[in-house]
Design a protein around this ligand. Structure first.
Ligand code: SF4
Length: 330
């Protein structure tokens, strides 16, 4: 899939093994630690010092001892790493690696909506999924990931309403499992939104005895026929807990198949296909175009040149308080 921005030069082919050697050298000479999300290419995960979901990586970032962190993921993850480690330099391979879910909740619109609720006398706390910009985090009371959402929501006083941003599907799912009523922001992730229920049903029929695993960012119709609902770390732990070779139909970003295979190679993993909203055609890849902007070449360039870098902004201080009490004080 080509996702080049206008004026962005297509990369010249370089041998991945040479690039990996170069990255290893640069990592030492630049005193850097590489963190990679489960949704980036497997070859990047293989040379990273830490891999994981958003929650695990946010915590791992606080254990880094080198002065430089390179975050192979998307922009809000780099921001979170910087917020948790203000004294370190945080680099990301591509500044344009954004997130459709984070973009669906602009901070000015959230601030205006919160103001409207307050003017109606509503007594609420704002809970944000970690897939939000730092500016949005600074407007919230709590940050959750798919790995800790239940525990955090239980901390919101029972007499308060909950405004949940930005993922409507995750919010609805959490509202069901916690029994808390929520005001849902109408955002969604472009990858999890497009899974095709028809293809999932067909895949299940074609693979008798298979187990469906889906991320809670998926729409309700997918979760209704899912056997294991959970974030990426929960999926990984689940396949490791099953000894008997099993076929798993996996409804999340397709790069997730790589860590699942590494963790439990005895199983068969089939990515659930999606439907292109624009054309209605089946799309077999389910790759996040933002995560796919991370390449070995950009990772090498970023280590070599010391940029792009996430710079500290004033509102990071408030976002840090929220992230700290949500992710570290457990
Ligand atoms: S998979 Fe969805 S939520 Fe995750 S980074 Fe991509 S667009 Fe954002």
């Amino acid at each position: 899939m080509s996702l080049s921005l206008i004026n962005e030069q297509p990369a010249v082919y370089e041998d991945p093994l040479d690039l990996m050697d170069e990255i290893e050298e640069l990592k030492k000479s630049r005193e850097a630690t590489i963190l990679a999300h489960y949704y980036v290419d497997g070859e990047i995960q293989d040379i990273a010092d830490f891999t994981g979901d958003s929650l695990k990586l946010a915590r791992d970032a606080t254990r880094v001892t080198t002065p430089v962190i390179v975050f192979a993921g998307v922009h809000f993850m780099g921001e979170s790493a910087k917020i948790m480690n203000p004294t370190k330099r945080v680099l990301i391979p591509d500044l344009h690696a954004g997130c459709s879910l984070a973009d669906s909740c602009p901070p000015d619109q959230l601030a205006a909506f919160q103001q409207e609720l307050r003017s109606q006398g509503r007594n609420f706390q704002t809970v944000a999924y970690i897939n939000t910009s730092a500016a949005v985090k600074s407007l919230c009371d709590w940050i959750v990931t798919s790995g800790n959402a239940r525990e955090i929501i239980e901390r919101v006083p029972a007499d308060r309403e909950i405004l949940f941003v930005p993922d409507q599907h995750l919010g609805r799912y959490l509202s069901e499992v916690t029994g808390r009523r929520m005001i849902l922001w109408p955002g969604s992730c472009m990858v999890h939104e497009i899974f095709s229920i028809q293809d999932l049903i067909r895949a299940r029929k074609n693979n008798p005895g298979s187990v469906v695993m889906a991320h809670p960012e998926c729409p309700q119709n997918i979760l209704e026929i899912t056997d294991v609902i959970g974030g990426t770390e929960k999926m990984r732990k689940h396949v490791m807990s099953v000894a008997e070779p099993t076929t798993f139909l996996v409804a999340t970003e397709s790069a997730m198949i790589h860590p699942l295979r590494k963790a439990a190679p005895q199983h068969t993993y089939i990515p659930v296909p999606g439907i292109m909203a624009s054309t209605g055609e089946t799309c077999a890849c389910n790759r996040c175009p933002h995560m796919a902007r991370n390449t070995l070449q950009k990772l090498r360039d970023c280590l070599r040149d010391g940029r792009p870098e996430i710079e500290w902004k004033d509102f990071f201080t408030k976002a840090r308080e929220v992230l700290d009490r949500s992710l570290l004080q457990m």
